[in-house]
Design a protein. Structure first.
Length: 339
């Protein structure tokens, strides 16, 4: 099996590439990644010499490159994306380029190579948000995205499904809830809060901190994608969630507790514009069809995550200082969402 993973140098993609190389020693994995600010070769340093692994630096929206790599693969798993909601609020151009045009370019390449198997990694944010008593999202929930990020992901999902109906492209889509775990870029909730506290800095909780997310440990997400690419029904979408709805303030207090920090380290700051109030996932379809359910409990996942950041200061300190970007000659635009 030759698997083309796009965005494999990011958070979930790198966890997935490592998971696949370990679980299937006869699979070959090519990682196509542009190495934006969120992509980091250090995320896969431990496998870079594995003969079954190859890194290619490039843009999924580069037609020629996409055609060549997709043709050589048996399956494409598309992780590549601009993924941070706050950045999409500041400037959404890159989100349109990668999430929509990039996905379209890959779909065209998959079609051109005779209908290549294509799995698209998407998000529950495409469904919009929920009130406190609404039932969780499922595969039949209508799309209603509310941020430029989620709108661009929703557009990509529609394109993927359109290529199934129109051209019979053998696709699957997963709509997953919030992930946490090792290698998460330290601008997302867990990465930012844990590293801030390790640096003795306060943690910025948006608004009242009562927004709810359904948290899933990243390795469980990798396992769900593994099931879908091997056993999923072509043309099917799968909702993947953690059965772990928590308000942000509870996550924050758990991180404080695990690091022995006091609640004085919490700083309530201006809310995110259009902040989605609640996400929750009903994953009964993937459970009954493919036998997947989350394995990692909240306590176990949180402990593993905090330990990982404690033990990998070199990784996140280079990111927070911008040193890793100088190395890759990249441009860094700091977030100014909370002025
Ligand atoms: P990330 O931002 O950590 O990584 C994205 C990766 O894509 C980076 O390595 C980046 O360099 C690469 N990339 C960006 N633009 C590219 C381009 N034009 N061509 C090639 N590579 C490019 O993101 P993540 O959190 O790992 O998310 C991965 C995927 O999973 C995304 O599609 C995201 O929408 C989806 N998702 C994420 C979560 C979550 O909680 N993080 C939950 C559900 C779904
Ligand atoms: O639901 C899946 C989505 O989860 C993915 O599609 C996105 O790629 C991923 O980034 C994530 O989106 P969120 O916006 O939910 O994640 P984020 O880590 O940015 O924020 C989680 C919650 O924490 C959200 O309610 C905003 C809040 N927050 C976040 C940051 C960075 C804060 O209160 N303070 C912060 O500094």
């Amino acid at each position: 099996m030759k698997l083309l993973a796009t965005g494999g140098s990011g958070f979930i993609g790198s966890n997935f590439v490592r998971y696949i190389l370990k679980k299937y020693p006869d699979y070959k994995v090519v990682n196509l990644d542009l190495l934006t600010y969120a992509g980091n070769l250090e995320n896969l340093k431990d496998v870079e010499k594995n003969p079954n692994y190859k890194f290619v630096k490039g843009d999924i929206a580069d037609k020629e490159l996409a055609e060549k790599l997709v043709k050589d693969a048996d399956i494409v798993v598309n992780f590549a994306a601009e993924s941070h909601v706050d950045r999409s609020i500041l400037d959404s151009a890159a989100f349109i380029h990668t999430n929509i045009i990039g996905t379209h370019t890959l779909l065209e390449a998959a079609k051109a190579s005779g209908g290549k198997r294509f799995h698209h990694v998407s998000t529950d944010e495409a469904f919009g948000h929920l009130g406190p008593n609404d039932p969780p999202f499922n595969e039949k929930t209508p799309y209603a995205p509310r941020s430029p990020y989620s709108a661009s992901k929703a557009a990509a999902d529609h394109l993927v499904m359109a290529y199934y109906h129109t051209y019979n492209l053998p696709i699957t889509i997963s709509n997953c809830s919030n992930n946490y775990g090792p290698y998460q870029f330290p601008e997302k909730l867990h990465g930012l809060f844990i590293t801030n506290l390790l640096e003795d800095k306060k943690v910025p909780v948006y608004g009242d901190g009562m927004q709810v997310r359904d948290w899933l440990f990243v390795e469980d997400h990798c396992e769900a994608i593994d099931k879908i690419i091997h056993e999923g029904k072509i043309g099917g979408t799968y909702c993947v969630g953690g059965n772990c709805e928590k308000p942000n303030i509870e996550i924050t207090k758990k991180i404080l507790e695990l690091l022995g920090a006091s609640e004085e380290m919490i700083e309530y700051v201006k809310d995110r514009p259009g902040h989605d109030r609640r996400y929750a996932i009903d994953f009964s379809k993937i459970k009954s069809e493919l036998g997947w359910e989350p394995r990692t409990s909240f306590d176990e996942g949180m402990k593993k995550t905090v330990e990982w950041y404690k033990n990998n200061g070199d990784w996140w300190k280079k990111i927070k200082s911008g040193e890793y970007l100088e190395y890759y000659e990249k441009q860094y635009k700091p977030l100014r969402i909370r002025e």
